[in-house]
Design a protein around this ligand. Structure first.
Ligand SMILES: Cc1cc2nc3c(=O)[nH]c(=O)nc-3n(C[C@H](O)[C@H](O)[C@H](O)COP(=O)(O)O)c2cc1C
Length: 213
């Protein structure tokens, strides 16, 4: 089975295509590493970043949007509300917002989408496609939690980038990649990044309720 891309080229449906939204929450590294991991996994990435993301990219990583665009297969300006990813007729497998600010979460929760990033996320929900929101804020007030409930009811997956200490990351990169690898698990995209739980070591038998030697 084939369909047509926006450029008219034929695309095998077996190839994967994911939209990556980078908003202005702390944790720009999640968006950058996600693009790199999608490239390594041969998945076509479509990037849209907010204006605030340019601030966090510069402040946290010393990167410009031009640097990040190089990691993506396709890039769209956030104001380009007529871009391909603004329409449900453009076939994609889903979208990850990494990281997702409370502002972007709130727009998605209400459907009042003021940018290509939030519009594209809204399209995922209406088309019943996978949408993962890596919401980054703490602490949370009731309105934040209500917005997370609303997007969950609409079909999104709220995936705060909470470190998995059981994976015993040796570096910040390992910690970030473990989280992103688990996000990509949700799309059935395999990566080398995930350290998968194999059960407790025998030396911890006591923790399972048995007696240690
Ligand atoms: C350095 C920096 C860090 C920020 N961190 C967060 C954050 O972790 N979570 C959040 O919701 N907003 C954070 N903000 C605020 C957002 O950038 C701001 O609300 C912005 O309007 C979000 O717009 P966007 O969702 O269109 O990117 C941060 C801003 C800056 C400058």
């Amino acid at each position: 089975m084939h369909d047509l891309t926006s450029s008219g080229r034929s695309r095998n449906r077996a190839s994967r295509r994911i939209v990556v939204g980078i908003s202005g929450a702390s944790g720009a590294i999640y968006g950058v590493r996600l693009l790199a991991m999608l490239r390594a996994a041969n998945v076509e990435s479509h990037l849209v970043a907010s204006r605030s993301a340019q601030i966090t990219l510069a402040d946290e990583l010393g990167m410009t949007l031009a640097d990040v665009k190089k990691l993506a297969d396709v890039h769209y300006p956030n104001a380009d509300i007529g871009a391909a990813i603004a329409s449900g007729s453009f076939r994609v497998d889903g979208m990850v917002v990494a990281p997702c600010s409370i502002k972007t979460l709130s727009e998605i929760a209400t459907g009042c989408t003021s940018s290509l990033l939030s519009r594209s996320a809204d399209v995922m929900l209406k088309e019943r496609r996978r949408l993962v929101l890596m919401v980054r804020e703490t602490p949370l007030h009731a309105g934040h939690i209500r917005s997370m409930g609303a997007v969950t009811e609409a079909g999104a997956i709220v995936y705060p980038p909470v470190p998995a200490f059981y994976a015993k990351p040796a570096s910040l990169e390992q910690m970030v990649d473990q989280t992103l690898g688990r996000v990509l698990d949700l799309f059935d995209i395999d990566t080398e990044a995930v350290r998968r739980w194999q059960g407790l070591a025998d030396s911890f038998a006591g923790a399972r309720g048995g007696e240690a030697d």
